[in-house]
Design a protein around this ligand. Structure first.
Ligand SMILES: *[C@@H]1O[C@H](CO)[C@@H](O)[C@H](O)[C@H]1NC(C)=O
Ligand SMILES: *[C@@H]1O[C@H](CO)[C@@H](O)[C@H](O)[C@H]1NC(C)=O
Ligand SMILES: *[C@@H]1O[C@H](CO)[C@@H](O)[C@H](O)[C@H]1NC(C)=O
Ligand SMILES: *[C@@H]1O[C@H](CO)[C@@H](O)[C@H](O)[C@H]1NC(C)=O
Length: 620
């Protein structure tokens, strides 16, 4: 019997019980509250967190009011001699930039070769139960958008040589200033190669300027090997959605740099497996000296690009290896070297333009094109879309059987799905919009909770005034159980300057195509495995209904929390909503990994609870 007194109070504190001053603190609040408590006694979450800003202080006051009640509750709890869970230790310095599943020496020992040793192999990870700590020089990143152009050099692992040798177009514009790395932005006075480059791309596809990409149907751009993210940063300023995918790199990591700058990115090797997205996902795929051997594997890398492109989408390839005459990028067929142009024609791409080292192809929007081509590739019959990182490359054309085969279209109105598109995904219009509205109101509530003030014993940072929420910075957001992408849509609707990596857990309804078709970033992922990103890359992790979903599965919940902690930046936030049992479990784990944690009861008669946590900045 796990009900009654234990849950009937709205707020239950985490792990600060042992501090006597904590108790003292409550007595002072008690006095304070006695003075202030004349107002309403309602505990409705909705009314607790009204959308209008002036009421936020009322909100905290009420939270504190309730915490007095909690205090008595907790004292009772403590008297039951609840055995405290042990806090987990910090990992050694060697794990500061630890990414599980990419242990090259273990992979080589195992006998993996031909590039597979660089691939993701989670079965060979050795899981030590410890908290990945930040490097000694780590500093909280600057807020968006300042943090897009200037980062702390101590936050990323990069060598001086990597700065100096960075010669490629997307890597060129960086300067080292004391402990900062600066990337020059649009308004910078320094000549900006990226801007010219992007304008040239726009002209190549027949547009007047690079602000017209949306009109040409280009919104989502997969940037394979994104350098230091400058192309992506420029696309973001054009309201496009670039996603960087690049190999795991021990130092000078493109993914780590992009994320540090607040740009969407994830680790993904492009060696022997497909990229982790369903077919027909992107409006444009971009590779500027991305290190892929496009000639290799009988053109299977090019076929993979074709799989990922939406009908009418563009492939941009910039490489000094291609000569303007267009025949050096070759596909081996037997002993013959065939120019890639023949190959791209056989998969129904048309070369739109070539300038200097840049080629632009467009994928056909016409399904029937493939059948009409002699020497064409076969169409794929069964497509595996159910897993993510481990699908082999294929030698057939994907997506032609899909209901999602619709040409890219003018998106200057935004990427909202039309009724027909929702139908393609088998989703009722009403249900979809209800879900959206739900998340909009939930997000308003959540946002006002994102302040250390909700943990009433949180030490204020020196010099901080009592800040209005959100005083913190939230740019990189992960939704661990994204469903329709409603949380992401709410952030967009409420004009938060955040982007979301929408994760669809393996084994749930695969809504990833729906998420991608809304112009969001997303991936299918098995939460029993580590996520392919660097430590300290997300400001907020959100998970609704995830724990009740996977608690039945055979993987360690503690490992999952350690993984969330690894991904999260110091002072980053976690918002979990779930049923009482799952939230109780989560609160215990959160305490073990030293998060500040607080349970909130929406008090609407359901057994749903919300757990708000903040990861501390451990400097040791
Ligand atoms: C990588 O694998 C090697 C050999 O199996 C092992 O000694 C080492 O501890 C592993 N490194 C990490 C960071 O797990
Ligand atoms: C795209 O849509 C916008 C707004 O509806 C319109 O102004 C523009 O001309 C359209 N562009 C193209 C290329 O159709
Ligand atoms: C943009 O929205 C307007 C009004 O909702 C609509 O009339 C127009 O057709 C839309 N344009 C495109 C290109 O979807
Ligand atoms: C109560 O609120 C929770 C979370 O805010 C929501 O999931 C649930 O559907 C609501 N229940 C009722 C009965 O309104």
């Amino acid at each position: 019997m796990r009900s009654g007194w234990l849950y009937k109070f709205s707020l239950i504190f985490g792990h600060r019980l042992r501090h006597n001053w904590f108790l003292l603190c409550f007595f002072s609040i008690l006095v304070l509250v006695a003075l202030l408590s004349s107002s309403s006694s309602t505990r409705e979450f909705e009314s607790l967190v009204p959308p209008r800003l002036p009421n936020v202080y009322t909100n905290y006051r009420k939270l504190k009011e309730q915490s007095v009640v909690d205090y008595f509750d907790l004292r009772f709890l403590a008297s039951l001699a609840n055995p405290r869970q042990k806090e987990l230790p910090l990992c050694g310095k060697e794990r500061e930039n630890y990414v599980p599943c990419y242990n090259l020496s273990a992979n080589l020992e195992k006998g993996l070769k031909d590039g597979e040793e660089f691939d993701r192999h989670c079965e060979l990870s050795n899981e030590e139960k410890c908290l990945v700590r930040p490097p000694k020089e780590y500093k909280i990143p600057l807020r968006w958008p300042a943090g897009r152009d200037v980062i702390w050099s101590g936050n990323v692992k990069i060598t001086k040589d990597q700065f100096l040798s960075s010669g490629s177009m997307t890597k060129r514009m960086m300067l080292l200033e004391e402990n900062q790395i600066a990337f020059h932005n649009d308004d910078g006075l320094i000549f900006d190669g990226v801007k010219d480059y992007t304008r040239q791309l726009a002209e190549s596809i027949g547009l007047g300027s690079d602000s017209d990409f949306l009109q040409a149907g280009v919104h989502t751009v997969l940037d394979i090997g994104c350098g230091f993210g400058s192309f992506g940063a420029h696309l973001v300023s054009l309201r496009l959605m670039p996603v960087c995918i690049a190999a795991y790199e021990v130092t000078g990591s493109q993914v780590q740099l992009a994320l540090e700058r607040g740009l969407p990115a994830m680790i993904g090797n492009f060696i022997s497996k497909q990229l982790p997205y369903p077919s027909l996902s992107f409006d444009m795929i971009h590779c500027a000296q991305c290190g892929i051997d496009w000639d290799g594997k009988d053109g299977m890398f090019i076929i993979e690009v074709d799989r990922l492109l939406k009908p009418g989408g563009y492939f941009v390839l910039t490489s000094p290896l291609i000569k303007p005459q267009g025949s050096l990028l070759t596909i081996k067929k037997g002993n013959m070297l065939t120019p890639v142009e023949d190959f791209t024609q056989s998969i129904c791409w048309s070369l739109l333009d070539q300038q200097d080292e840049t080629f632009i192809w467009q994928k056909t929007a016409d399904k029937d094109c493939y059948a009409a081509r002699r020497h064409g590739l076969p169409l794929c019959q069964d497509e595996h879309e159910s897993q993510s990182y481990y699908n082999p490359l294929v030698k057939c054309i994907s997506g032609t059987h899909s209901k999602r085969w619709t040409p890219i279209r003018n998106k200057s109105n935004g990427s909202r799905l039309t009724l027909e598109e929702l139908e393609v995904h088998g989703i009722q219009h009403g249900e979809f919009y209800e879900n959206k509205e739900f998340w909009k109101s939930a997000l308003r509530n959540y946002w006002s909770l994102l302040t250390p003030l909700i943990f009433s014993d949180h030490p204020k940072r020196p010099g901080d005034e009592d800040p209005l929420p959100p005083y913190n910075m939230v740019r990189n957001v992960m939704d661990m159980n994204a469903y329709y992408g409603g949380f992401n849509a709410a952030l967009v609707d409420l004009k938060k300057s955040a982007w979301v990596l929408n994760v669809v857990p393996v084994g749930t309804r695969n809504t990833l195509p729906l998420i991608l078709d809304q112009g969001f970033a997303g991936v299918l992922h098995d939460w029993c495995e580590p996520f392919p990103t660097y430590p300290r890359t997300y400001d907020m992790i959100h998970a609704s209904g995830l724990f009740s979903l996977i608690s039945s599965e055979k993987c360690s919940m503690m490992n999952l929390f350690l993984e969330m902690d690894r991904i999260l930046r110091p002072e980053g936030w976690v918002i979990l909503s779930d049923n009482v049992g799952a939230i109780e479990m989560a609160r215990t784990r959160a305490t073990q990994i030293r998060w500040e944690a607080r349970v909130i009861d929406p008090q609407n008669g359901s057994d749903q609870r919300i757990l708000v946590c903040q990861k501390p900045f451990l400097r040791k």
